[in-house]
Design a protein. Structure first.
Length: 377
């Protein structure tokens, strides 16, 4: 049986080493399981405290994906086993979301250069791993998205924080349509720092090993910047579809009224640009409840600290495991694969502002502290 994550330490100049962590479940497009999150969290903490480790590189095996999301099959089984109907009655979900969010928060606050090779599919939980990295590298194969509307969830792993800090309207569009972005659009939005050829991973590893690392940890970020600049450039990047339609998307989606946003996205049904047409089709087929929840969260999360966002998302995610749509979305996409989910609520009109408030109530017993109370802002 293959290791879920392959950990290596690459000898580097100046008596330093480079920590290498490769997500190693290519058959699931490196979807992260609870065990993977636990292993990666433990190793990243050890490397952070090891003075001989100069920097860390995170990538995914198989060539098709860095990470396509989380382990939905295990969450589905846990939802079926939760006969209580209560959000707090799912011990697996409580553990999974706590460990995953702690890991993502650690990456955001990592004290050493942490590079993420975002090649291929980077979606859902993969975005959570990539977003906090100090150096986020994309390639000509990158397909970046938060497609949770298709499975009855919402952009968690601090996706609500990330989307809320994009130009107004853009984050709402990405959340409600699951639209995929390539390297050019990721760079335009500040979701990536550098584009390289997909064949450049070995060159990156060699450059990390050849660097004479400074004893000043803060100076190492600049060293990484310079070595990345020396990697093979990709083919010239042309404006991506989001850049092309940027103004139209903002005009349609930068609205406080949810119904107006829905109408604006529906107007792209059958659009001559297949990218916009596909976005409208995904929205129409997606969970109306997820769309309402995402629209609400992007506004609510904007003023919060990252730690507070993870705490809010933990509450909301547990409620999602007790609501119908998340389980139904996984069933339709991955279990029965009929791609015919029966959403509840069934329409965007039924998913009103009063309905969405159920997701913000703390689900644990009175007087118990938040499981992520110790995250520091």
């Amino acid at each position: 049986m293959n290791d879920l994550i392959v950990f290596e330490e690459l000898e580097a100049a100046s008596n330093h080493r480079i920590g290498l962590a490769t997500l190693n479940s290519p058959q699931t497009l490196n979807g992260v399981s609870l065990a993977m999150c636990e292993q990666l969290d433990a190793r990243l903490r050890a490397w952070q405290d090891d003075p001989s480790i100069a920097a860390v590189l995170l990538d995914g095996a198989g060539g098709k994906a860095f990470c396509a999301g989380g382990d939905l099959h295990s969450l589905y089984r846990a939802m079926l086993e939760n006969k209580s109907g209560e959000a707090w009655g799912n011990p697996y979900a409580r553990r999974f979301f706590e460990v995953e969010y702690r890991l993502d928060f650690l990456i955001h606050r990592y004290r050493k250069p942490l590079l993420c090779w975002g090649n291929g599919i980077v979606m859902g939980g993969g975005v959570g791993l990539m977003m906090g990295a100090s150096h986020r590298i994309v390639t000509e194969t990158t397909r970046f998205a938060m497609p949770e509307v298709a499975i009855g969830l919402y952009p968690d792993v601090a996706g609500t924080w990330m989307l809320s800090h994009l130009p107004r309207g853009i984050g709402v569009f990405l959340a409600l349509t699951g639209a995929q972005l390539g390297a050019s659009d990721c760079l335009r939005l500040g979701l990536a720092d550098r584009a390289c050829r997909s064949t450049g991973l070995e060159a990156l590893r060699a450059a990390l090993a050849a660097t004479s690392w400074s004893t000043d940890v803060e100076a190492r970020a600049g060293q990484v910047d310079r070595l990345i600049d020396g990697l093979p450039d990709p083919e010239p990047l042309v404006p991506g579809p989001l850049q092309i339609h940027f103004d139209a998307i903002r005009a349609a989606c930068d609205r406080a009224d949810f119904a107006e946003v829905c109408a604006g996205i529906r107007a792209w049904t059958g659009h001559e640009d297949p990218w916009l047409a596909r976005a409208a089709a995904t929205f129409a087929a997606g969970s109306p409840g997820s769309a309402r929840l995402s629209h609400t969260l992007i506004e609510r999360m904007r003023p919060l600290s990252l730690a507070d966002v993870f705490r809010e998302e933990y509450i909301i995610s547990l409620h999602c495991t007790a609501e119908d749509d998340f389980q139904e979305g996984i069933r339709a996409l991955l279990i029965d694969k009929d791609k015919s989910p029966r959403w509840r609520p069934a329409t965007h009109e039924q998913a009103d502002a009063r309905w969405v408030e159920r997701f913000f109530r703390r689900p644990w017993p009175e007087g118990q502290p938040h499981p992520l109370a110790d995250l520091q802002a």
